[in-house]
Design a protein around this ligand. Structure first.
Ligand SMILES: Nc1ncnc2c1ncn2[C@@H]1O[C@H](COP(=O)(O)OP(=O)(O)OP(=O)(O)O)[C@@H](O)[C@H]1O
Length: 246
């Protein structure tokens, strides 16, 4: 099986600060993978390296079997950034049309694909409103719809559920599971353990290092605990013990 994303010995340094250290991971097609870790752990930096938006100081990343950075592959990824990049004076529909065309959608496909994407995030009734009147959560949902609109093979979502209420969060998770069942691969970052628990595979990152990875069940079994938060704490303690032994 060829992984959709593969990272080998990825290290990133800014100035004197090591942000990512020797990161290794493989993500299989059709999986939902949650990258979880505290603020400043290096999640966004890793996502940006996977996308090819930055070139790491060392290591190798392939996406869809191509070495990154690669502009063509970048065009095949549905990306939702942590900060919404929306045109505030345009309507939601105009934003979706603009970004859909950028992702290669033809005029005649646009209306149908836009309707499908906004249905997932419950924005069908708001398509003709200017984005400047949207709440923070609505903007997050529109950003997610933009990532979905071209129905790409790979979705990379940086904090997709921030500012989204629990009911809609469940709806979005159902949609993500459906996309995965249809063969799409989804990598998302989150701070929220209950969100991460819904993923097929967990990647735990702390101070730039991968401290644990696997399914929720495998990780809970490994650390002999009953939830992901306890896994994170135990893996963090193991990391600290390892550092103090070095
Ligand atoms: N371009 C940059 N130049 C210098 N330092 C950077 C740069 N980008 C990120 N950093 C630093 O790298 C570290 C990791 O940042 P990153 O945004 O990857 O963390 P994160 O895990 O995504 O955090 P959060 O959950 O708060 O978004 C932080 O200390 C941050 O200040």
């Amino acid at each position: 099986m060829v992984p959709i994303i593969s990272a080998t010995a990825v290290t990133q340094i800014y100035g004197q600060q090591v942000i990512l250290k020797d990161i290794n991971l493989q993500i299989a097609p059709g999986k939902i993978v949650a990258l979880i870790g505290p603020s400043g752990a290096g999640k966004t930096t890793l996502v940006r390296a996977i996308m090819g938006m930055i070139t790491p100081k060392a290591g190798r990343i392939t996406v869809l079997n191509q070495k990154m950075p690669n502009r063509q592959v970048l065009g095949q990824i549905g990306y939702m950034a942590q900060t919404d990049a929306l045109y505030e004076t345009l309507t939601a529909r105009e934003n979706l049309q603009f970004f859909g065309k950028l992702q290669g959608l033809k005029q005649q496909q646009l209306n149908q694909k836009i309707a499908q994407a906004v249905a997932v995030v419950n924005l069908s009734a708001d398509l003709n409103k200017q984005v400047k009147v949207f709440s923070g959560g609505m903007k997050r949902r529109l950003s997610l719809a933009i990532a979905l609109v071209a129905q790409p093979q790979l979705l990379i979502l940086d904090e997709p559920t921030v500012g989204i209420d629990p009911e809609l969060r469940q709806q979005i998770w159902r949609a993500l599971h459906q996309l995965a069942q249809a063969g799409k691969t989804i990598l998302l970052t989150t701070h929220v353990m209950s969100d991460a628990a819904q993923a097929d595979q967990i990647l735990m990152i702390r101070a730039g290092k991968m401290i644990a990875q696997g399914t929720v069940q495998a990780l809970e079994h490994k650390y002999q605990v009953t939830d992901l938060e306890a896994v994170f704490l135990a893996a963090g303690r193991a990391q600290d013990a390892h550092i103090s032994n070095d």
